[in-house]
Each structure stands twice: as structure tokens, then as C-alpha cells.
Design a protein around this ligand. Structure first.
Ligand code: MLT
Length: 314
């Protein structure tokens, strides 16, 4: 019987080819199946590969009678019910390394976009104006960057921040002193101390029980006047209501948001009305290079798992 794999989201074809060329594998590519259709079909497959658009719920996992493996073409596994996967013995394979550069580069693009008023400048030019004096910005050089989460992406941001002449502080109770030293970052003793001591604060942690709502009203009120808050990690880490309330005080320079507690961001969300917020639609990992990297990593991981799992059963 062939090993059957369903690719449910837009995963780069270079990765999918690794599966298609494996003898004994059958691959169906159907981005993105509605949840009820996916639930009906999941029982036919040994593995599902997707991105964040597909929720791998407990219910879906239970319906997957022969499911052995979930592949996540990206780093975050917050869309997978990990407890249920573990209980059912379904392996979850992600691709944690392939998109770090893409996120780090977007971080600098978006922050400079805010600090140099690029969105406003572009709009005013198209509206026939020449608002040169109203659009004076600020520089990164000499400013302090506060990084929440000094993992792969946080460290990639740190390396580039030094090139801009920034001073670094980070909050990460799980990162070793060696990692802080390598990134030339001072260890902030608390999240609040980090918020109070930085001009730009950026979050690079996964979304989990510990980090959900980690940045709420108390932490936001610790931010320096004129500072910028960035979330390119996951919606839900920053309390959005509290952020809107803090922005309404007009004491921060603004915020950069790539992720939201509900995605896609729909309708007339109050963030859309704020000129001091740069909004992007979860573009952190959306580069050609990154999508190819994560697709190859996850498809190779799923292929190897299925091959070795088969061997161990025979
Ligand atoms: C990731 O978790 O890798 C990124 O947020 C991109 C994605 O969700 O696909």
C-alpha cells in the first residue's frame, strides 16, 4: 500500500518534489481545504503538510486513523494541538531555521518604514503633495533595541542591529549567558525592565501558555515615551486591546504589527485607523527564499520520518 501524503497549504514545489520522487509515496496537493472537507479526507493519509492556514485540531487528529506525521512548513506549531498529537503518537515536524532571515529583514524594513514615515510619504506623494518638512524621521543608530526572546530569529535580528549601531538588551529566561554574549546583548532582569530600557522593543517568542497575553497593560505602560513596539511573532502575545489603549495616549512613537490574535484581520479593525501603526498581513516568512527553505526542510523531514517509521514497523 502506498504511503499517502496530503499537502494542504501553499508549500513550495521544490519541497513537494522530494516527496513525489520517493518510491512508494503518493502526494496530493490541495491548498487549502476547508476544515470540514479536510476532516472527511484526513483518514486517507499517513501525513499532512501545511502552513499556518490549516488548523490541526484534536478533532482532526482523532479523525486521522492512519495519520503518523504532521509537517509544518514554518516554525510556529501553535496551530497544531500538540497535546493531542502526543497522546495519539502523531509526530509533528516543523522547519524552524529556514525563515529566520526573512523575518529579520522585514523587521528592519518595517521599523525604518515607521521611523522614516515611508507609508505616509508614499501616500502624500500619490496625493500630489510634497510634505518634506512634516516627514522628518529618526535614526536607529545609537538607539537601544530590546529583544523579547533571543532564539533563532531574535539572534538574527540582533546581528543586524549591531550593523545599524544599536545597543542591545534582551529578555529570555531560557537563553544561556553564552548566547547573550555571542549576541552582545545585555540581559534584562524582567520584561518590564526591558520595556523601560529600550527605544524599540521586538517580540520573537512562540505563542504558548506562557507567552499568551505576556505583554499586557502593565508591561505596555512600562514602555518609554517615544518608543516603538514590534510583533512579528504571533498574535496573542501582545494584548491588542491594551496596545490600542496605550497607543491612544499618543506617548509612543508607534507599533509595527505583522501578526494578529485573529487572522486574517477582518473588517474595520481599529488598528487600520491608526497612522502610527505599520500593518502587514503576516508577511514575516513570505520570501521566495524562505518558502523554499522551509518547504525543503519540512518535506525532507516528513520523508525521512515516514521511511524510517516504515522500516521500524517492518
Ligand atoms: C512561521 O511560523 O513559520 C511563520 O509565521 C510563517 C507561517 O506561519 O507560515
Amino acid at each position: 500500500m502506498p504511503v499517502r501524503i496530503l499537502v494542504t497549504d501553499r508549500v513550495n514545489p521544490v519541497g513537494i518534489a522530494l516527496l513525489e520522487e520517493t518510491p512508494g509515496f503518493e502526494v496530493d496537493v490541495e491548498p487549502t481545504l476547508p476544515p470540514d472537507v479536510l476532516r472527511q479526507r484526513v483518514g486517507e493519509y499517513d501525513a499532512i503538510i501545511g502552513r499556518s492556514a490549516t488548523s490541526i485540531t484534536a478533532d482532526l487528529l482523532q479523525a486521522g486513523g492512519r495519520l503518523r506525521c504532521i509537517g509544518r512548513a514554518g516554525v510556529g506549531v501553535d496551530n497544531v494541538d500538540m497535546e493531542e498529537a502526543t497522546r495519539l503518537g502523531v509526530a509533528v515536524i516543523n522547519a524552524p531555521a529556514g525563515n529566520t532571515v526573512a523575518v529579520a529583514e522585514l523587521f528592519f524594513g518595517a521599523v525604518i518604514g515607521l521611523l522614516r514615515n515611508l507609508g505616509r510619504a508614499d501616500r502624500s506623494m500619490r496625493e500630489g503633495r510634497w510634505d518634506r518638512s512634516a516627514l522628518t524621521g529618526t535614526e536607529l543608530k545609537g538607539k537601544t533595541l530590546g529583544i523579547v526572546g533571543l532564539g533563532r530569529i531574535g539572534s538574527e535580528v540582533a546581528r543586524r542591529a549591531h550593523a545599524f549601531g544599536m545597543t542591545l538588551t534582551a529578555f529570555d529566561p531560557y537563553a544561556s549567558d553564552d548566547r547573550f554574549q555571542r549576541n552582545r546583548a545585555e540581559r534584562a532582569p524582567t520584561l518590564e525592565a526591558l520595556m523601560a530600557g529600550a527605544d524599540v522593543v521586538t517580540v520573537h517568542t512562540p505563542l504558548n501558555k506562557e507567552t499568551r497575553g505576556m505583554i499586557g497593560a502593565a508591561q505596555l505602560s512600562a514602555l518609554r515615551d517615544g518608543s516603538v513596539l514590534v510583533n512579528m511573532a504571533r498574535g496573542g502575545i501582545i494584548d491588542e486591546e491594551a496596545l490600542l489603549a496605550e497607543l491612544a495616549k499618543e506617548r509612543l512613537r508607534g507599533a509595527v504589527l505583522d501578526v494578529y490574535s485573529t487572522e486574517p484581520l477582518e473588517g474595520e479593525h481599529p488598528f487600520r485607523d491608526r497612522p502610527d501603526v505599520v500593518l502587514t498581513p503576516h508577511l514575516g516568512a513570505s520570501t521566495m527564499e524562505s518558502q523554499r527553505n522551509v518547504a525543503v526542510d519540512v518535506c525532507a523531514g516528513v520523508r525521512d520520518f515516514l521511511l524510517h517509521d516504515d522500516l521500524s514497523r517492518s
